[in-house]
Design a protein around this ligand. Structure first.
Ligand code: SAH
Length: 397
């Protein structure tokens, strides 16, 4: 095809305003060879994993003036029509040029499954009386993070339902606990839904570095229907507030939601691009039997893989996880996402006692074992794709 997404050497990369002087990150990433579709730069040494001591060095993730540029709308439409393998190869080439062969590890901690919201798709929605509710104590959270640091994790992603006990001060105190346990070097990401601008600012001041909140779908009617009347506009306003509070911004969407069309997928990608999101999660919708959408069809793997690849090409610098939901609907779902340009894996290090109760959807993988054990398995999986795990913090580029 005719689309050339790699910049010519010396041509400014995407978002020139974001690529200002940054003394800590002046190294350059060599662009992938123009005709190469391989997943790795062959000479990269294997990662020293698992780490036995915490990494005390802040990441030195290089940035470059010759990163691939983001695809235009016309290109995104053309790319969306490509055969899957061709699309994946282009996306992986872009991921190689930005992230090389590294796959960043983030430790996911599911802090609470109490939720005041009633999203039609979600297994921990308020109305699901079958859900066994839990909330980690401060001590459990701190211990999990300390164990994570000992294992080498440099990013902790704390996620939860919109738990009334964590409204306002509650989440603030929890963030302080997390920061104290993580030490000053590790990154803390929060994902607890819509809050006020002021709250995001306070969370930032309390030690949070990043905030994740998927917009779920770019279709305003579908969004309102699925999210109990909350508008897409409100969600986007909250994302704006996250950015204004100085937090690195993550968002994303589900694929295969009931009523979604091919155009919805394109619009999702364009919205992700317009948000200039720095982290972006994509996963198939998986129907949960105890929800109003229990009988729906759910998203298939191909659509999620396509979405991942398009996201990589539309937002080249984005940190994109190979998601658990993809690994749930297919044994090699996460590997396929990596092949389609994902560059992050998030082992779930929630204490095993609680892990099985954070059931957004059924069949979730790895719930009977500690996420620390998962690292070995993941290392083998990524090596099979010519990639390697990395313990770097992996801040926004
Ligand atoms: N309360 C937070 C976290 C929500 S759970 C927030 O509002 O952002 C994290 C993500 O899981 C959601 O954003 C949604 O995209 C995904 N999710 C929820 N239910 C799901 C399902 N049935 N299948 C697949 N993904 C689901």
């Amino acid at each position: 095809m005719s689309i050339r997404l790699m910049n010519e050497p010396g041509v400014p990369a995407m978002y020139p305003e974001d690529l200002g002087a940054d003394p800590g990150r002046s190294a350059t990433v060599p662009a992938a060879a123009p005709d190469s579709t391989s997943m790795s730069s062959a000479a990269a040494p294997a990662a020293p994993y698992p780490r036995s001591a915490p990494c005390s060095q802040p990441a030195s993730y290089p940035r470059s003036a010759t990163y691939p540029r983001p695809a235009s709308e016309a290109e995104i439409r053309e790319l969306a029509a490509l055969p899957l393998d061709e699309l994946k190869a282009l996306a992986r080439k872009t991921a190689d040029a930005v992230h090389g062969d590294r796959v960043l590890l983030r430790g996911l901690i599911e802090v609470t499954n109490h939720c005041a919201m009633d999203c039609l798709y979600c297994g921990i929605r308020r109305s699901n009386s079958g859900a066994v509710r839990y909330r980690l104590s401060h001590e459990e959270l701190a211990e999990t993070i300390r164990a994570g640091r000992r294992a080498g994790f440099m990013t902790f992603v704390l996620q939860g339902g919109e738990d009334p006990a964590l409204a306002g001060e509650g989440l603030l105190r929890l963030t302080e606990t997390a920061r104290a346990a993580a030490g000053p070097e590790a990154a803390i990401t929060l994902s607890f839904g819509i809050r006020s601008r002021r709250e995001y600012e306070e969370l930032r001041a309390a030690g949070a570095d990043r905030y994740l909140m998927r917009f779920e779908t770019s279709d305003p009617e579908l969004h309102r229907y699925l999210r109990g009347g909350i508008s897409l506009k409100r969600r986007l306003k909250a994302l704006e507030d996250v950015r204004a509070a100085g937090l690195q911004l993550g968002s994303g969407f589900m694929t295969g939601l009931p009523g979604e069309t091919d155009e919805t997928l394109i619009q999702n990608i364009l919205l992700a691009q317009s948000l200039k999101m720095e982290m972006g999660g994509v996963g198939p919708f998986i129907p949960h039997p105890e929800t109003p959408l229990g009988g729906a069809r759910g998203g298939d793997l191909e659509r999620s893989i396509r979405a991942t690849a398009l996201l990589r090409l539309a937002v080249p610098l984005c940190h994109i996880p190979a998601t658990t939901a993809a690994g749930t609907i297919h044994p090699e779902g996460r590997e396929q996402m990596l092949e389609a340009g994902a560059n992050v894996l998030m082992p779930n290090i929630t204490p095993v006692l609680h892990k099985k109760h954070y059931l957004l959807y059924p069949g979730k993988i790895c719930i009977d074992e500690s996420g620390f054990q998962c690292v070995g398995c993941l290392s083998v999986r990524v090596m099979g794709r010519g990639l390697r795990l990395s313990w770097e913090r992996g801040d926004a580029l």
